[in-house]
Design a protein around this ligand. Structure first.
Ligand code: FES
Length: 115
């Protein structure tokens, strides 16, 4: 891993805690979350039917898809309840000098796996 792969998305003070915002990174949209003093990033895509997770309801470390209610853990993208049956990709986040950076992690798609 190199620091070159990290892309700045916002300043620490730009996102309330708790809060979330969608950013375009390359060819994908990523939701960055600020919860309990830490930052997390997952794809802005529900694995059930492509719902926009960034428009979902955030409660603690859980985001609920606004379309049919599947829930995901924002810390690692694992699925927590139906109708989605597999997790959505999570990405690396780091904070330096008051700025938030995200590194896209490419992972093979999982099928019908909880988590
Ligand atoms: S698209 Fe997210 S639960 Fe259906």
């Amino acid at each position: 891993m190199t620091d070159v792969d990290f892309e700045r998305v916002c300043g620490v003070g730009d996102l309330p805690d708790p809060g979330k915002q969608v950013f375009e990174l390359g060819e994908r949209y990523v939701v960055v979350f600020h919860v309990a003093g830490s930052f997390y990033a997952i794809d802005d895509v529900c694995t059930h039917d492509g719902g926009p997770l960034g428009e979902g309801f955030l409660e603690g470390f859980t985001i609920a898809c606004p379309r049919h209610g599947a829930k995901f853990d924002i810390r690692d993208g694992r699925v927590l309840c139906m109708p989605a049956v597999c997790g959505t990709p999570s990405h690396e986040v780091k904070v330096e000098n008051g700025e938030v950076f995200v590194k896209i992690i490419e992972r093979p798609k999982k099928k019908y796996v909880w988590g």
